[in-house]
Design a binder for this molecule. Sequence first.
Ligand code: M6R
Length: 347
Amino acid sequence: EKEGYDYFMIKEINEQATAVRNTLTEKSTIQEIIDDLGDISRICFVACGTSFHASITGKYLLESIAGIPTDVILASEFKYSANTLNEDTLVIFISQSGETADSLKALDLANKTSKTLGIVNVAGSAITRRADYVIQTQAGPEIGVAATKTYVSQLTAIYLFAALIADDEKLLEDVYKVPDFIEELLKEVDSIKAMSKKYKFARDFFFIGRGYSYPIALEGALKLKEITYIHGEGYAAGELKHGPLALIDEGIPVVVILPPGENHRKTMSNLEEVKARGADILAVGSKEDERLKLKSDDLFAINDDVNEIIAPLVYIVPLQLLAYYVAVEKGLDPDKPKNLAKCVTVE
Ligand code: M6R
């Protein structure tokens, strides 16, 4: 069933435009859920791993676009804040499998006080049966242990939810363009293959981004750790000076996520800080960003119409590809990373 691809992971990376398109068809279901929910005074996302990173993007969106105070809590830490929830809080569980033990445990707790919504890929899974409301992501089955197409599908559901709550037509329009942007960039994998060859012997990688690009950095680092066994750390770009800058040295690869938008100028100065200390800059930015071309050692360039708000849905793809090709270069099986299971059913 790999349909000519070497691994499920690369097949699933290539299915992402379709996964987003199919999840966009959930729009009317999401509108119905919103209408039924009525006023929500607070939202709390609960998830693990990649689904947790999608949740962080959800917090940024719901707070800035919809003005709803939103928390993000790791499912395994949820019980420590559960007693601040009440009936006006909507608790959203994001999960590919719908069976993650930490998330299920948290869902049972949340159900005692609050309305609950699951954003889940596997139909009929435990979370879909126990949550009050369900949005089904339409990624189709994901076999690779590393979450890829289910991540962009989770994000698609979250963007639809936020745009519909806020009645933000412009955001909706932008999200509908995402599949085309993904298809466009998937035609340019050669530059990523070259980067993988160059950096496969690195021991440490840093990923930095600001605002909406911060969870992209976290997710890029998780993909790298998970399948290449290289140490990767995702940091909020502004946090570098508060510690990790001490680790930046000659030849350390730093992946800088720099979509066009409000945060560009500040992240560019963070890029300069690490560059001045000898880091190799692997940038992901706009095709029209001439300054970035000059400042980076390697650049993966993306359509200039992908602004920083929708960047999480698009800019993650080259980072998935980077992790994938580094794993393949190292002779590792990206579909079956050691010590990990697709679905974590113990707490
Ligand atoms: O099925 P879930 O989304 O609840 O799984 C959560 C995490 O275990 C999962 O995202 C994990 O981090 C992935 N293997 C990352 O690629």
